[in-house]
Design a protein around this ligand. Sequence first.
Ligand code: BDR
Ligand code: CA
Length: 313
Amino acid sequence: MPPRKIIIDTDPGQDDAVAILLALASADEIEVLGLTAVAGNVPLHLTARNARMVCELAGRPDIPVFAGCDRPLGRDLVTAEHVHGKTGLDGPDLPDPAMPLQDAHAVDFIVDTLRAEPPGTVTLCPLGPLTNIAMAFEKAPDIVNRVAEIVLMGGAYFEVGNITPAAEFNIYVDPQAARIVFKSGAKLTVMPLDVTHKALVTKPRNDAFRALGTPVGVAVAQMTDFFERFDKEKYGSAGAPLHDPCVTAYLIRPELFTGRHINVEIETQSELTMGMTVADWWRVSGRAPNAMFMGDIDADGFFTLLTERLARL
Ligand code: BDR
Ligand code: CA
């Protein structure tokens, strides 16, 4: 099987960084066509910078990185410096990127790539708010049918919310964009908090990253050390959830995840529950399924894969 061609749409974010590193370490399974940055965890100028720093950390300054939308479709931007630090990538001391940002807008790159590649061969991997993807679908509806699959991190059902009591961060930041994507008809696989809250970086797992002894292994350990201080306090758990790498791990080892093909709608009206993913887990609504909504992960298998792949960089 040739590697799957993907575009990673991202707002790094330490966990985004690990997701990108995992993809770049897995050339047999994944060909990264480009990274598209979006405003989310921190403003766009920082996510576009962080994305390039991660490529350079992986020794891949050849990966094209594009800047996209600097704010959600219909709301003010909400950021998460309280989790990810001022830069979005606090923890390791990484050098400023030397590689350039591409001139083209991320949305145009997504549209042009989907039109240029054979239909059904490009997978989109959103790791942040869905603004760039929704903009691309609105601008060029012809590309929707050309998408192989969208594998995204976002939403929650049993775990409900992490930025409000009802909503997960990525969906909450741009619910209008999420609604467009979930209604698009594209094949959708969702990694919600129900999965990612089981992918906890415990001390032995973090020690394993550090023990790689490579710049990548040490940087990943420092990143997880950083956001752990917040998450451990918040969740009272044994470690912080490593959300976004679930997306790229799924592309490599889909059998690590189980879920249900169900209907998922996005709340865009109520301020109280704004951005809630109304997931019909029990199939009571009669509404047509539109997403493979994951519910469980083989966490040990996931961390074994991650550590083994990061060792390759
Ligand atoms: C998501 O929000 C961000 O803070 C993380 O990078 C992840 O994509 C988790 O809710
Ligand atoms: Ca993210």
